[in-house]
Design a protein around this ligand. Structure first.
Ligand code: NAP
Length: 291
């Protein structure tokens, strides 16, 4: 069994990005600039955004954090997005989700100029990904594909089972795994809450991507010997022994599943760091211009 070390892989990719940024600056060009919008004070969102800002520093990017109280109106937020769309000093920006209930997240996503949509959530980027055109790829699926590529895992002709069909993880990772590309070229089955016989389907999988948000869902009896298991799940589970009061739990019963796998991602330290790394890659691409 081999651990797919997202932390180490992400560090290596960030060092490569930093090297490229150093060369840009030496040529007299401006460093990439990422802006993050944070609405309200959700603990999870605060820490995700703090990690993104830290990653910008590691890559030599400029970063700005725009904070708004959770009583900001939808129109005020849309006005802020318009300003960022028009600001030539901003290469890319993200609006950290979730947003307060009175704000329509889809409306906000649609308002972002797709050329600055480094999260890859805008319908134009989703559509371009779907038909294999260059664009911003959704950060978590892109990070998973990078991890697979960097570890030289053969995917061609393999049966990949994706657990979950969300717009930000399940659907785009299924799309990437089925693309005629390397990595890619898989036969993909997508499972969700209405799927029957999930256990049987998983047992047929060469590659399992678990993105459900159900701690420990994938058990040892669901995994074929030698399978590759990618655990996207990050559920906060109360843990009084931790300073934070919680620990992150994946969707895979790691201790019992790991011995059966050829490769497996840990939680934390697997997909999470790769996600942030993809955001950095997208921001660099935005600076260089990909459309
Ligand atoms: P989501 O939007 O809640 O989607 C969950 C999906 O899982 C849905 O498609 C749902 O089916 C399916 N599902 C839930 N329970 C199921 C069950 N018992 N059996 C079969 N299918 C079930 O979640 P998400 O945004 O994709 O995130 C999934 C997990 O990944 C969460 O833990 C999240 O925190 C984590 N995540 C991690 C990263 C990272 O960087 N590490 C990034 C994004 C998300 P229906 O569609 O039928 O409801």
């Amino acid at each position: 069994m081999n651990i797919l070390d997202g932390k180490q892989t992400a560090s290596a990719i960030k060092a490569e990005i930093a090297e490229e940024v150093t060369q840009m600056i030496e040529r007299g060009e401006r460093a990439p600039h990422l802006v993050a919008i944070l609405v309200g004070h959700d603990g999870g969102s605060e820490s995700y955004v703090a990690n993104k800002v830290k990653a910008c520093e590691a890559c030599g990017f400029n970063s700005s954090l725009l904070r708004f109280n959770d009583d900001i109106t939808e129109q005020q937020l849309l006005d802020e997005i318009k300003k960022l769309n028009e600001d030539a000093d901003v290469d890319g920006f993200i609006v950290q989700l979730p947003l307060p209930k009175h704000i329509n997240e889809q409306k906000v996503t649609d308002a972002i100029d797709f050329r600055k949509d480094v999260d890859g959530f805008h319908p134009i980027n989703v559509g371009r990904l779907s038909i294999g055109l260059p664009g911003f790829r959704s950060a978590t699926p892109a990070g998973i594909m990078d991890l697979i590529e960097r570890y030289g895992i053969e995917t061609k002709g393999k049966h990949a089972v994706v657990l979950g069909r969300s717009n930000i993880v399940g659907k785009p990772i299924a799309t990437l795994l089925m693309q005629k590309a390397q990595p890619g070229d898989c036969t993909v089955t997508v499972c969700h809450s209405s799927t029957r016989n999930i256990k049987e389907i998983c047992r047929e999988a060469d590659i399992i991507v678990a993105a459900l948000g159900r701690p420990g869902f994938v058990t040892e009896d669901m995994v074929k010997p030698g399978a590759v298991v990618i655990d996207v799940g990050t559920t906060r589970v109360p843990d009084a022994s931790r300073k934070s009061g919680f620990r992150l739990c994946g969707d895979v019963d790691f201790d019992n599943v790991a011995p059966k796998c050829s490769y497996i991602t840990p939680v934390p330290g697997g997909v999470g760091p790769m996600t942030i790394c993809s955001l950095m890659k997208n921001t660099l691409l935005a600076r260089k211009g990909i459309f």
